[in-house]
Design a protein around this ligand. Structure first.
Ligand code: UDP
Length: 329
């Protein structure tokens, strides 16, 4: 039976997808350089420690394991860092994806599922983006992913490879079984930062901008539970295995919550008040970013099972408490 290669499966989203794949009996090989991921987040599959930019290693892993499908998560994901150090992003996210793709074509890999991002839309008019909304990234992170999408499209047109690119909106929450979650230090994402404040890892947090043209003045995002996002990858795999055509699909719930609404929910779940300061806007933040999310339901038959902000917050906070007791290695 051909195996599946999962790059970046020691990281946040990749580890949840690999866990779901492993639970349903798929045979996995994991490629991760452990630069931001953790060995203990790899619950299934054989871990190869290395880089997606290492041509010899990737070619060997593909050949030795009879890989017919690659799920590619390995990437840098911090938007402000991409602004400060764009070439780091173009190397890891774009050049390394090019290398991986070349190795995949040479090895006859049939399917690729690619982690893309809502950042490809930049600042969409009216705050919501469908897959047909023009792409217009406003930071190198978004460009680095959009360029990879383009390579995938071109390669899929020129070779037998077929792919699904999933454009993630704001991924949050953790494994409801409490085994894995977002563990990277120096968090920047809102819910993670708020959970760190709840458990005392930081004194409080700031709201970045309260003067946006939104109902309460703070930015609105479409938060999707990582379990639902992971399930979308399994649906994408089934689609490709069944002979489905290449596709680019939004992953979100199609509804938004403001920063203040998120923080209120964290306070409710935690049963405590947070120390919240109101600060200036953060550069590069679109006021509103919501998925038009019909297409993934139509094309993959994906249905969310965790579409509940309180549940998202509860699983994230449970994970943060677990991390405090038992740091990741
Ligand atoms: N945000 C905030 N304080 C924080 C972190 C984030 O007010 O400490 C805001 C941020 O400005 C944005 C929203 O929360 O409006 C979501 O930001 P996050 O970094 O979680 O995800 P992004 O949408 O940038 O991918």
């Amino acid at each position: 039976m051909p195996k599946i290669l999962v790059t970046g499966a020691a990281g946040y989203i990749g580890s949840h997808v690999a866990r779901q794949l492993g639970e349903r009996g798929e045979d996995l090989v994991i490629l991760d350089n452990l630069s931001t991921g953790f060995r203990s987040a790899v619950l299934y599959g054989d871990l190869v420690i290395g880089d997606t930019g290492d041509r010899d290693l990737v070619a060997r892993v593909l050949a030795d394991n009879d890989i017919d499908t690659v799920l590619h998560f390995a990437a840098h994901i911090v938007v402000p860092e991409s602004v400060a150090n764009p070439l780091k992003y173009y190397r890891n996210n774009t050049s390394n994806t090019r290398n991986l793709l070349e190795c995949c074509v040479e090895a006859g890999v049939k399917h690729m599922i690619f982690s893309s991002t809502a950042a490809v839309y930049g600042i969409p008019a009216e705050g919501a983006a469908s897959e047909d909304t023009p792409t217009a990234p406003i930071n190198p992170y978004g460009w680095s992913k959009l360029m990879s999408e383009q390579m995938l499209k071109d390669v899929s047109a020129a070779t037998p490879l077929r792919h699904v690119a999933l454009r993630y909106f704001n991924v949050a929450g953790a494994d409801p079984g409490g085994r894995i979650g977002q563990s990277t230090p120096e968090a920047t994402h809102l819910l993670k930062v708020a959970c760190e404040a709840v458990v005392g890892k930081r004194p409080g947090l700031s709201v970045f901008g309260t003067d946006y043209a939104t109902p309460d003045g703070t930015c609105i995002r479409d938060y999707i539970h990582v379990e639902d996002l992971a399930a979308a990858h399994l649906k994408a795999l089934d689609h490709l295995r069944a002979g489905g055509i290449s596709a680019t699909l939004n992953c979100g719930y199609g509804k938004g919550f403001s920063v203040r609404e998120m923080l209120r929910m964290v306070e409710k779940v935690a049963g405590m008040k947070l120390d919240v300061a109101e600060g200036p806007r953060r550069a590069g933040d679109p006021p509103e970013l919501i998925a038009r999310a019909e297409r993934i339901r139509e094309q993959l038959g994906w249905q969310p099972a965790h579409d509940d902000l309180e549940h998202i917050v509860r699983t994230a906070l449970d994970w943060e408490r677990r991390l405090l007791r038992q740091p990741m290695v």
